[in-house]
Design a protein around this ligand. Structure first.
Ligand SMILES: NC(=O)c1ccc[n+]([C@@H]2O[C@H](COP(=O)([O-])OP(=O)(O)OC[C@H]3O[C@@H](n4cnc5c(N)ncnc54)[C@H](OP(=O)(O)O)[C@@H]3O)[C@@H](O)[C@H]2O)c1
Length: 322
């Protein structure tokens, strides 16, 4: 089968090669992959950056969507439409950027009937992470706007669509607020620049946000926390700008702000299935169409480079059979 393999120390790090077809064993599922997608982590892996691939040589791709080709797992049958997000794919085990993938039986999630396989790939880890983050905001105050940073990225765009659909006022935090028209189509009320979101740098700013979904980390996350109102919830998803966080305990002890970490990789299966079922109920697939483009397997590394340079928008689906 064809696969995009990342080799430590190679230049370029990723190569499209032929590898032996995997063979299913007990407790495993062999998936005929139709689509993968490109997330920030895939970009790091395909670009040869350290920290994602923890093997000398591995098939990349943290997402896959396809049909079961062979099953060694009770309750998973040949022909089932399945998806896998995270679970070590493309990090510690061979991932989804290949024609077939061998995955643990407890990693597979049924593709909800509401979505085509391509739509499920367009959602991918980014959309499922957005859903995990938005679910934590169920506990945020009902009054007041929600800030979403990294707004034009995969997690940000889908979080905006979900929050707007739930009737929340959403404010986008983006490097380019002039792109507000694109963001309005997703349901954003207005867009602000990063320095506005960073705020004054004081421990407590005026109470603006009922909650936030942060994809950037660093000073933006600190600023969002400082400007979150009493009992608000901030979901920390990513570090596209900065892995640091300089804040004080003041927002937590004086305003009861809750900072919630989101980890899509380790989420137990029952919560994965619940997140996908909620996506099926609450995400309008039509919203996805404006966000998605599609490339063949061989072009994934070029898209990854755009993700790393911050030029990429929305979601890219990879048709691994092309
Ligand atoms: N916790 C988890 O389980 C989990 C799961 C998925 C992703 N993540 C993380 O969440 C983050 C977003 O992922 P994604 O897939 O949405 O990535 P993405 O599609 O590349 O989007 C990231 C967005 O962040 C903004 N951005 C990028 N580089 C920036 C920089 N240097 N400074 C300021 N803003 C920058 C851009 O938004 P604008 O163009 O609007 O400025 C960009 O569209 C990443 O850090 C990713 O690793 C975490």
């Amino acid at each position: 089968m064809r696969a995009l393999v990342v080799t430590r120390g190679a230049e370029p790090a990723a190569a499209l090669v032929e590898v032996p077809d995997p063979v299913v064993g007990a407790g495993q599922v062999l998936v005929a992959v139709h689509y993968s997608s490109l997330n920030f982590k895939d970009a790091l892996a395909l670009g040869g950056r350290p920290g994602v691939v923890r093997a000398e040589r591995l098939i990349a791709g943290i997402d896959l969507v396809g049909e079961v080709a062979a099953s060694g797992t009770d309750g998973v049958a040949v022909g089932d439409r399945v998806l896998v997000n995270g679970c070590g794919l493309g990090e510690t085990r061979d991932g989804g950027l290949a024609e077939f993938a061998l995955v643990p039986g407890d990693a597979v999630v049924p593709v909800p009937a509401a979505f085509t396989l391509r739509q499920a790939a367009a959602i991918g880890t980014a959309g499922y992470t957005a859903q995990l983050a938005v679910t934590t905001l169920d506990d945020a105050p009902e009054e007041g706007p929600i800030a979403v940073s990294g707004a034009r990225g995969g997690v940000g765009s889908i979080a905006i669509a979900l929050l707007a659909r739930a009737g929340r006022e959403v404010v986008a935090v983006t490097r380019d607020p002039s792109a507000v028209d694109d963001l309005r189509r997703l349901g954003v009320e207005r867009a602000i620049r990063l320095d506005e979101a960073r705020g004054s740098g004081r421990a407590l700013d005026s109470e603006l946000w009922a909650g936030a979904v942060d994809n950037l980390g660093g000073a933006v996350l600190a600023g969002l926390i400082a400007a979150t109102r009493y009992d608000g919830v901030v979901a920390s998803c990513g570090m596209a700008a900065d892995a640091g966080l300089a804040t004080t305990v003041m927002p937590f002890i004086l305003r009861g702000v809750r900072l919630v970490g989101i980890n899509s990789v380790l989420t137990p299966r029952a919560r994965r299935i619940a997140a996908w079922e909620r996506l099926a109920r609450e995400l309008d697939p039509a919203v996805l169409e404006g966000l998605v483009d599609e490339v063949p397997l061989a072009e994934a590394p070029q898209v990854a480079a755009r993700l790393l340079s911050g030029e990429h928008r929305g979601r890219t689906v990879v048709d691994v059979r092309r």
